[in-house]
Design a protein around this ligand. Structure first.
Ligand code: NDP
Ligand code: MG
Length: 386
């Protein structure tokens, strides 16, 4: 039996992870859970899965949770320090990292430093400090298993092969909710419209990232560090159906791909139980029913964020962290109705242009760049006409 901690248990990945625990109660035991401010859902999860320790990043939500759980013996912590303590819970073998955004960096790193294997959904920390996270993982003798569907597909397509035989990896992208819109139509698109993802049901931030293609830009950086492969050998293609989750091309021009219906429980369970495959009772992919799968090149003009991802890697150092932070600020402003859809890429680009990248020699360097870029992006948001 594996003992797990879930960082971000109340989110889309978190609840899918608990669905797997529910289906395989003899395989997994939950030692710890964390959330941001959703004390009501966390209470339900505590009663169902009986973790020893939990944390909420929002201290007032933690106070509410203590009131709700007076009849239980669970330890309830608050703030980043609380998240770090849960991430380091002594009894856990595996930490599912599923917080959204850079807020997951410090707790995920704490889990690595406490020698926990990681099932990584939270891609932003890998973007901010991927090299450092991999070095820490090596130093502490743990593995980081990808949960992101594209990276899980690459991981699966690499199994039994030599990384030295890889010619390139190809990430597929659905194109998101706005793929068919013209440049003019993109200008005034509402958040509600941008949140209507054609294939995946995910949290709001990643759904907007999918619509801008920033998600793919972040995933290029994530792939760079997860598989130790330079950006020149990472390609992206649009695949609207989200059936082929990504591919690896080998030196002999053979391509190996992983296919499946878009359901995150498949990659989550693979990362949780690697190398075993759990018998998930989900619908099978019927390719005869689908009939046709389509592929095309990304549109760099309408969706400039993908190129920003590559650009951040070419510059290197703290640039990906600055890009990520600017994106988080811009997406939040768009969701709040403060900026237009097309302002998102402008704000990220302007922040990157103003950023002087330096080496990420320690976690503070990534966090400093993150703080700087948030401030810069906030000022750009406020400077826009309302
Ligand atoms: P959600 O928004 O659905 O969930 C986010 C989780 O993080 C919630 O538990 C939330 O708590 C918690 N949280 C939010 N802000 C903070 C904070 N500041 N400090 C601590 N906890 C916080 O996100 P998703 O599950 O969609 O995504 C999670 C990560 O996984 C992202 O990095 C995303 O890119 C990645 N990912 C997601 C996929 C998906 O299918 N959803 C697919 C591939 C990758 P609360 O509920 O209290 O707000
Ligand atoms: Mg993905």
């Amino acid at each position: 039996m594996k003992t797990i901690v879930i960082l971000g248990s109340t989110g889309s990945i978190g609840t899918n992870t608990l669905d797997i625990v529910d289906r395989f109660p003899t395989e997994f035991r939950v030692a710890g859970l964390t959330a941001g401010s959703n004390d009501a859902l966390l209470e339900t999860q505590i009663r169902r899965f009986k973790p020893r320790i939990v944390a909420l990043s929002d201290p007032s939500a933690a106070t509410r949770l203590r009131q709700r759980c007076l009849d239980l013996s669970v330890e309830i912590l608050a703030g980043q320090e609380g998240l770090v303590q849960v991430a380091s819970a002594t009894e856990a073998d595996l930490v599912v990292s599923a917080i959204v955004g850079g807020a997951g960096l410090v707790p995920t790193l704490a889990a690595i430093r406490s020698k926990k294997h990681i099932a990584l959904a939270n891609k932003e920390p890998m973007v901010m400090a991927g090299k450092l996270m991999q070095e820490e993982a090596r130093r502490h003798g743990i593995r980081i298993f990808p949960v992101d569907s594209e990276h899980s597909a690459i991981f699966q397509s690499l199994e039994g092969h030599r990384i030295t035989d890889v010619r390139r990896v190809i990430l597929t992208a659905s194109g998101g909710a706005l793929w068919t819109l013209t440049k003019d139509e993109l200008q005034d698109v509402s958040a509600e419209r941008a949140l209507q993802h054609p294939n995946w049901k995910m949290g709001a931030k990643i759904t907007i990232d999918s619509a801008t293609l920033m998600n793919k830009g972040l995933e290029v950086v994530e792939a760079r560090w997860l598989f130790d492969i330079p950006e020149s050998r990472i390609d992206v293609m649009i695949h609207r159906e989200s059936i082929v989750h990504s591919l690896v091309e080998y030196e002999d021009r053979s391509m190996i791909a992983q296919l499946g219906l878009p359901d995150m429980r498949t990659p989550i369970s693979y990362a949780m139980r690697y190398p075993e495959r759990l018998p998930l009772d989900l619908p099978s992919l019927d390719l005869t029913e689908i009939g046709t799968l389509t592929f095309c090149k990304p549109d760099h003009d309408r969706f400039p964020c993908l190129d920003l991802g590559y650009e951040s890697l070419k510059i290197g150092g703290t640039m990906p962290a600055a890009m990520n932070a600017a994106n988080e600020v811009a997406v939040e402003a768009f969701l709040q109705g403060g900026i237009r859809f097309t302002d998102i890429s402008d704000i990220i680009r302007s922040t990157m242009l103003a950023h002087s990248a330096r080496e990420v020699e320690n976690i503070e360097a990534a966090l400093d760049a993150d703080r700087w870029a948030r401030e810069k992006a906030e000022s750009l948001v406020h400077a826009l006409p309302r």
